[in-house]
Write a protein that binds this ligand. Structure first.
Ligand SMILES: *Cc1c(COP(=O)(O)O)cnc(C)c1O
Length: 472
């Protein structure tokens, strides 16, 4: 049959929209938009002379069947257009703390806790007495026990934690901060700006690459209210550098009667030797070294929900509880539940490393990853012979401003197929029914298995098998 003949067979829009199956969805502009897209897709195939493919996908030889398929596809597209909110994706980037993909995935235990919190719960209710309870009671004792500190508070995120700490401890006063720590964290979050928002006045000490204890001491005046130390989490200054340790700063702060506030960023809650990288300051160490207040994120290395965790001495923490900002920055019930469940895993010997997806991914051995990469290769080969899947040793960053400049060893699978370029493959997988996010390097497409869970391998292979190569 002639191309023109096929094109003539496509249904007219008005008649198409009056199909009985569309009756229940309401014939509004969205339906028309979805229908126009589907019709155009088929028209495009025909114009490109892809008759075989058009026949396979749309049964164009049979007008009735073709119309039915077009109706079904239009309904599916409409559903797709009306799907709001977040979608699950498979993270094939190897970056465990991927800021764009939601940072830390929650442990199964935390997800279950969120389900409990989603309904009625004893959020602020004392089941023993029937009186009003405190939402802090679900988190604060766990934090104090885990980190061995006097007092603890959890707020919306680490930015909120810093804001609150500075507001409560230093509003109207001066805060000393090394010039090497005037950092921007990402998405426009800048320490000097947060400091200004808190109502404190920044006093810069030292230089970009070198700051000494005497720089701090020389800057102390009767107006000084606090000393702040910020972990430079997303970059590294190398070469002729020096910074003052928490221990030294804590001693100086105590002598001057000032609080030392330490923003740790990521918050490594396990002993340093448990991580396959160095340089991430440990929470326990900072407290042991004498920091008065430490703060860090709940959804970075800790592996929990978005939260800002404040730990420290009662004397400095108490004013934070009374600060009116605390209510505005408080943690919501779903995050409280997830954070409590996450902290409980830290309390159980060895459980954090096996149950928290972030730690599982970051700490996974090369053998584990090679085995996983082989499994993905096998699953893909079992479903289709379209790809050439090659196991490749790849380095991967931790992400989320943790261990900057350091790369972990791992394994990825690179996929190549006849008739589809690496760029097209990346896009097609990203736009699949379950989006799989990989990455391009050296003109090749890779899936790094460090962030793909064992139970996602099969699904990943299915998504790969579903991709139709474009005929050249
Ligand atoms: C990530 C980070 C923050 C911001 O934490 P959020 O939880 O994203 O608000 C602040 N300070 C440092 C050093 C960080 O690494």
């Amino acid at each position: 049959m002639e191309l023109q003949e096929y094109l003539r067979r496509l249904p007219q829009m008005d008649r198409f929209l009056s199909h009985p199956l569309f009756a229940s969805v309401g014939r509004d502009g969205r339906l028309k938009e979805a229908a126009a897209c589907e019709l155009e897709r088929l028209r495009d195939l025909l114009r490109r002379d892809e008759i075989t493919q058009a026949q396979q996908l749309y049964r164009i030889d049979d007008a009735a069947q073709m119309e039915e398929i077009l109706v079904r596809r239009t309904l599916m597209r409409l559903q797709e257009m009306e799907r709001h909110g977040l979608r699950r994706v498979i993270n094939g980037t190897g970056v465990a703390l991927h800021t764009n993909l939601g940072r830390a995935p929650l442990a199964k235990e935390a997800v279950e806790a969120v389900q409990v919190a989603a309904g009625y719960s004893n959020l602020e209710y004392d089941l023993e007495t029937g009186a009003r309870g405190s939402r802090g009671s679900h988190i604060e004792p766990l934090l104090c026990r885990q980190f061995g500190c006097e007092d603890a508070l959890a707020v919306n995120n680490n930015a909120a934690a810093i804001l609150l700490a500075l507001r409560a401890a230093a509003k109207g006063g001066e805060v000393l901060l090394s010039r090497g720590e005037l950092v921007e964290i990402g998405d426009g979050f800048r320490i000097p700006e947060i400091l200004a928002e808190s109502g404190a006045v920044l006093v810069e000490v030292g230089t970009t690459n070198r700051t000494h204890l005497r720089d701090y001491l020389d800057a102390v005046t009767p107006r000084t209210a606090a000393i702040l130390k910020v972990h430079t989490s997303n970059f590294k200054v190398v070469g002729f550098t020096s910074e003052v340790s928490v221990r030294e700063l804590a001693a100086a702060a105590t002598e001057k009667g000032l609080p030392l506030i330490v923003d740790l960023g990521s918050g490594a809650a396990l002993p340093a030797q448990e991580y396959p990288f160095d340089g991430e300051p440990s929470v326990q160490q900072a407290l042991a070294d004498g920091a008065d207040i430490v703060c860090f994120s709940g959804d970075k290395l800790l592996g929990g929900p978005q939260a800002g965790i404040l730990l420290g001495k009662k004397r400095w923490m108490e004013p934070m509880r009374r600060c009116p900002l605390t209510r505005a920055l408080r943690l919501d019930k779903l995050s409280i539940a997830a954070l409590a469940a996450t902290l409980e895993l830290y309390g159980r010997e060895g459980a954090a490393k096996t149950s928290l997806p972030v730690l599982e991914s970051v700490c996974a051995s090369e053998e584990t990853l090679l085995r996983r990469a082989k499994r993905l290769q096998e699953l893909v080969y079992a479903k289709t012979d379209r790809y050439q899947a090659e196991l490749v040793r790849r380095k991967r960053p931790v992400g989320g401003g943790s261990a900057p400049g350091q790369l972990l060893d791992g394994w990825a699978v690179s996929f190549q197929a006849e008739g589809i370029s690496a760029v097209e493959l990346e896009q097609a997988l990203r736009q699949g029914s379950v989006p799989v996010i990989g990455y391009l390097a050296d003109k090749r497409f890779f899936l790094d298995v460090a962030t793909i869970r064992e139970e996602e391998l099969e699904e990943t292979a299915c998504q790969l098998a579903q991709i139709q190569p474009k005929k050249s």
